[in-house]
Design a binder for this molecule. Structure first.
Ligand code: NAD
Length: 330
């Protein structure tokens, strides 16, 4: 059984080859994204393993089906990049990794918040230059701040537990409130209430057709002046140009993003010797109060181990029994 991995990096190879000792599949690693430009290269692989920025639209899925691919295994949680209707029509099954160390993403969220707030990234460089002055490094306590968490699933919940350890007050919005969080003292509010009351807003909901550009000019206007926003979920939850305007107007005080709406052209690549044509990300990175990380929130040993384990198990289950509890159904 051959599996074609797209958008693969050396660390994917390391973790998947180790786990594959339990299965003996033939693993073919391609560095390129999966998209219309490469899909014809599929040759004898029955399974395609894709990541967050691979584009599995109708055209790509149709070619995959014609080439004999039976299964799309996403080695990530989100599946907004797959046309599920097309997969169903073409008879391809889709599985994903619904949970892989939610703590990895939650801990990175807190790392971004602390870095932005306490400016440790600036302090590190300053001290190396023998500049021991504190001007410009002033932060605020997270203790007793009101943090609004949008999406209280596995990652949101893990982040809430960390933030509660700091003594923050947590308010939340989710389509399905979690009773266990309510019993821990989390107050669910309407989105408008959350926008109006939060000192810090952290996004942990999936990207859906309903919440595309959830953070936009209109919703930003409802927020406190100087609000901190952290997005480790999906780039299209934030209208980047509206966020830039809000940064210029000091409406947003601190912005941390691990995801970006045009990230597929940039993230996971070393572009240090090329000219970046995306002026929006360049403008964003020019603000002293913006921190961008390149979709690394998941990137821990524990998470990569679980991704490899779960992905190969789902593939094995689907190929042998036709079923897996990680199948993405319409
Ligand atoms: P999850 O399914 O456990 O939780 C998602 C929660 O969001 C659920 O409680 C759901 O009810 C809620 N929700 C759905 N639509 C909503 C909406 N419109 N408004 C508010 N809440 C809504 O998922 P998870 O494992 O916690 O992951 C959350 C998201 O984090 C993923 O969808 C993915 O986009 C992102 N993610 C990012 C990284 C990274 O490395 N940056 C890694 C993994 C996941």
């Amino acid at each position: 059984m051959k599996i074609a991995f797209f958008s693969s990096k050396p660390y994917d190879r390391t973790f998947f080859e180790r786990e594959n000792e339990n299965y003996g599949f033939q693993l073919h690693f391609y560095e390129t994204h999966l998209g219309p430009h490469i899909v014809n290269a599929i040759d004898g692989e029955e399974v395609v393993c894709a990541f967050v920025n691979d584009k599995l639209n109708h055209q790509v899925i149709q070619v995959l089906a014609e080439k004999g691919v039976r299964l799309i295994a996403l080695r990530c949680a989100g599946f907004n990049n797959v046309d599920l209707q097309a997969a169903k029509e073409c008879g391809l099954q889709v599985c994903r990794v619904p949970a892989y160390s939610p703590e990895a993403v939650a801990e990175h969220t807190m790392a971004m918040l602390l870095t932005l707030n306490r400016k440790t990234h600036k302090a590190y460089n300053r001290v190396r230059e023998q500049n021991f002055a504190l001007n410009g490094l002033l932060g605020f306590n997270i203790f007793q701040k009101k943090i609004g968490v949008i999406g209280t699933g596995k990652i949101g919940k893990a982040f809430i537990k960390i933030a509660m350890g700091f003594g923050a007050e947590i308010i939340a919005y989710d389509l399905y409130p979690d009773p266990s969080l309510i019993s821990m003292g989390v107050q669910y509010k309407s989105l408008d209430e959350l926008f109006g009351e939060s000192d810090i807003i952290s996004l942990h909901c999936p990207l859906t057709a309903d919440n595309h550009y959830l953070i936009n000019q209109e919703t930003l206007a409802k927020m406190k002046d100087g609000v901190t926003i952290i997005n480790t979920s999906r780039g299209n939850l934030i209208h980047t140009n509206h966020a830039i305007q809000a940064l210029k107007e000091h409406k947003i005080g601190l912005l941390g993003i691990d995801v970006y709406e045009q990230e597929e052209k940039l993230f996971f690549k070393d572009l240090s010797t090329t000219i970046i044509e995306d002026d929006t990300i360049q403008r964003l990175m020019s603000f002293p109060n913006v921190l961008v990380t390149a979709h690394q929130a998941f990137f821990t040993t524990e998470a990569l181990t679980q991704i490899a384990e779960r992905t190969l198990k789902s593939i094995s289950d689907l190929l042998t029994t036709g079923k897996t509890d990680t199948e993405v159904l319409l």
